[in-house]
Design a protein around this ligand. Structure first.
Ligand code: PLP
Length: 416
């Protein structure tokens, strides 16, 4: 089917809110490792990994084979029956999750996982409200939208009915990161002093993805946790983008030296199969004791994919790879920043979660389109959609980074 016909059918049969990147989007028909292919046979180096999902590469043969075997054997039974992959994955995750977090609830999407995490916090503390950060994004359900601090995503007009307080953003931009973090934590403290007795949990991404790749200083979460503990407010870390080696660590909480009360994860654990979960220490998990079930949560196919993903990450040292390649990539992006100081505000990132903030947000779509025409797929994010985003599969190499940076240089030069 030609790309134009797909666009036409989307217009006819989808709600009008479903968007796509690019004025001339390719029709993607195949994925292989770090590459995507369109119906014209063009190959694209994918540096967005389907929004940070295929950390192990598209259609990774080692993972796909195990998924296919499972599909042929047992695709679905539901969590009300006993199946093996779900407990094996839970056991495996318990070994790598921070601290003593080892009980979990499997579901299908990041939104659903965060929604469950927020409900768990309410049940555990007996309080209804939440604290969240400006620039954070946590999902598409009513509750997760209500804690999302990016205006463009807050589409439901009644979200303000939920008792949610937003702390100042820790996104530093050109300002001093320490100053920004201090201001942000001061606003947390003020909110807690005034409303701590109504707040069940604080939900936050360790590195804000949609907000534009915003990384707080290393001691930020330790300081935040201390403030929260004084008011019996739980910390929910949303590791939906940052999980599974993306930042150079299995979870970014490790980089920040923090153990949250509840953690949520999704995306890369399935490498393309729908999977998500929220997890907590047994004493917190104990609050979720009324019957509850997710029809497809814990299904054998996604669970098998999760196990295969963890095998692949460990076998191929993807945490180390992400750390090393991320440092190399960031250095190169900093050089691009220097060469195009008139266009770029700054380059930043952790591991292979990197962003280049543009001074003029209108340049972002132009760069994306030109990079795509040059055979490279990148992402965009930011409060004003001003940030070019680089979150490739973790199986890339230095040559790929060199090629992307050369094309970026060329593209930016053409903007002048
Ligand atoms: C940090 C974060 N949390 C939650 C979500 C929602 O996940 P999902 O789209 O799987 O519902 C996203 C989606 O991009 C995300 O980036």
């Amino acid at each position: 089917m030609p790309a134009d016909e797909i666009i036409q059918k989307k217009k006819e049969y989808f709600f009008p809110n479903t968007m796509h990147f690019y004025s001339k989007p390719p029709h993607i028909i195949k994925g292989e490792g770090k590459y995507l292919f369109d119906d014209d046979g063009r190959r694209y180096l994918d540096f967005f990994a389907g929004v940070t999902v295929v950390n192990c590469g598209h259609c990774n043969p080692e993972i796909t084979e195990k998924i296919c075997e499972q599909v042929k054997r047992l695709q679905h039974a539901s969590i009300i029956y006993l199946t093996q992959p779900m407990v094996l994955l839970a056991e495996r995750l318990a070994k790598i999750l921070p601290g003593d977090i080892r009980q979990m609830f499997f579901c299908n999407s990041g939104s659903e996982a965060n929604d469950g995490a927020l409900s768990l916090a309410r049940m555990k503390t007996g309080k209804r409200g939440f604290l969240a950060f400006k620039g954070g994004l946590h999902g598409r359900t009513t509750l997760t939208l209500s804690v999302t601090g990016i205006d463009m995503w807050r589409i439901d007009p009644f979200l303000d009915d939920e008792p949610v307080w937003f702390a100042e953003s820790f996104a530093a931009g050109e300002d001093s990161p320490q100053q920004k973090a201090d201001d942000s934590l001061r606003s947390v403290e003020n909110i807690l002093n005034a409303h701590g007795n109504q707040i069940a949990a604080c939900i936050v991404e360790p590195v804000q993805g949609n907000g534009g790749i915003n990384i707080p200083p290393k001691d930020f979460f330790i300081r935040l946790k201390k403030l929260l503990e004084a008011h019996n407010v739980l910390l929910i870390l949303d590791e939906i983008q940052t999980g599974f080696a993306r930042t150079g660590y299995m979870f970014a909480s490790e980089y920040f030296g923090i153990v949250p009360d509840i953690i949520s994860f999704a995306k890369a654990l399935g490498n393309g199969t729908p999977i998500a979960a929220f997890a907590a220490r047994p004493d917190t998990a104990a609050a979720l004791n009324k019957p509850s079930s997710s029809t497809l949560g814990g299904n054998p196919v996604s669970m098998t994919a999760g196990l295969a993903v963890l095998d692949f990450i460990e076998k191929n040292n993807l945490c180390e790879k992400s750390k090393e390649l991320g440092a190399y990539f960031l250095e190169k992006l900093k050089a691009v920043e220097k060469n195009h100081a008139g266009l770029i505000e700054n380059a930043r990132g952790l591991g292979l979660m990197l962003g280049v903030s543009m001074k003029d947000p209108s340049h972002v779509d132009i760069v994306l389109e030109k990079m795509k025409d040059g055979g490279v797929i990148i992402g965009k994010n930011g409060i004003n959609r001003e940030v070019l985003v680089f979150q490739p599969p973790l199986i890339i190499d230095k040559d790929d980074i060199d090629a992307v940076c050369a094309l970026l240089e060329e593209t930016l030069a053409s903007l002048r």
